[in-house]
Design a protein around this ligand. Structure first.
Ligand SMILES: [Zn+2]
Length: 286
């Protein structure tokens, strides 16, 4: 039973963070070496928890970045910096190692955020899930396409009910699942509810979010910049829901729709840059 629990924990931690499973296994072996009949269960749990956190922290800060760089991925920075106009919407993306991209995508984000901040001084562009540090083909669940360092989700920009921009704020704590529903004059992107879908509506969550409004001017500006300048930086595709593209009056051959069985894109913007192996599916996956 303990072995099954350990295996499940290993799989969950590996799926979530890629290296959490390794930290867990090392912790387990270290505890076996330390085995003492005089150690109470409370002490064992305390030592195991501390050891896991220290190991995970050392791996995350000192070991993973140089190894990921050899694999062609860099960590998007999460700490504040005066000269940078983007950061993670929530530190959890960095704590879980979900902030890795190819350098080209980091440069695209840097250029986009610089332009938005030039047009709207004081604006910070917030990123959400990127990719895990290693191995092309290892998806960042639940985003099946975030598996090659070339995909990144961006948060919308928000304002309060008075129309004032809210720096560094997202409507939901992690930037996802606060959906901008179609207005009465906007056709719904997906008319009927599908079974077996990743298009979660999270209806029960929506009333819990604060009364933040989509900052249409900033969000539109970011999309227009991407469509006009993104290709210079390797941009391949942008996903937002059709009703939002209609509302923001943006149009481009680079604008895609993920279909009705994939996750919604009226709570964030998905961008991706060209890869080494271009395929038709790469153009259409969210
Ligand atoms: Zn995405």
């Amino acid at each position: 039973m303990r072995v099954i629990g350990l295996l499940v924990a290993f799989l969950v931690l590996t799926a979530l963070t890629q290296i959490g499973g390794i930290a867990l296994v090392v912790t387990w072996f270290a505890l076996r070496l330390l085995r003492s009949r005089h150690m109470s269960p409370v002490w064992r749990t305390t030592i195991a928890g501390t050891l896991f956190i220290v190991l995970y922290g050392v791996l995350t800060v000192f070991i993973v970045p140089p190894l990921a760089a050899r694999d062609g991925r860099i960590a998007l920075p999460c700490l504040a910096d005066r000269g940078r106009h983007y950061t993670a919407a929530n530190p959890i993306f960095c704590l879980l190692n979900r902030n890795y991209v190819v350098p080209q995508l980091a440069e695209l984000l840097n250029a986009l955020s610089r332009d938005v901040a030039t047009t709207f001084p004081g604006t910070t562009t917030l990123f959400l899930d990127a990719n895990l540090p290693f191995w092309d083909g290892f998806p960042l669940l639940p985003h099946l396409s975030h598996k090659d360092g070339r995909k990144l989700d961006l948060a919308f920009y928000y304002q309060n009910s008075d129309g004032d921009y809210l720096p560094g704020a997202t409507k939901s704590p992690i930037g996802y699942w606060a959906f901008e529903q179609p207005k009465p004059d906007e056709p719904p992107s997906c008319p009927a509810k599908n079974l077996l879908t990743l298009r979660w509506d999270m209806v029960w969550l929506q009333p819990l979010w604060p009364d933040f409004r989509l900052d249409e001017a900033r969000t539109q500006h970011a999309l227009v910049w991407l469509f006009h300048n993104g290709r210079e930086h390797g941009l391949q595709r942008v996903f937002v829901e059709p009703h939002l593209a209609h509302r923001l009056d943006v149009e481009s051959p680079d604008l895609g729709f993920q279909g009705c069985r994939a996750a919604r894109h009226d709570d964030h913007i998905h961008i991706q840059v060209v890869g080494r192996n271009l395929t038709t599916s790469a153009h259409n996956s969210p």
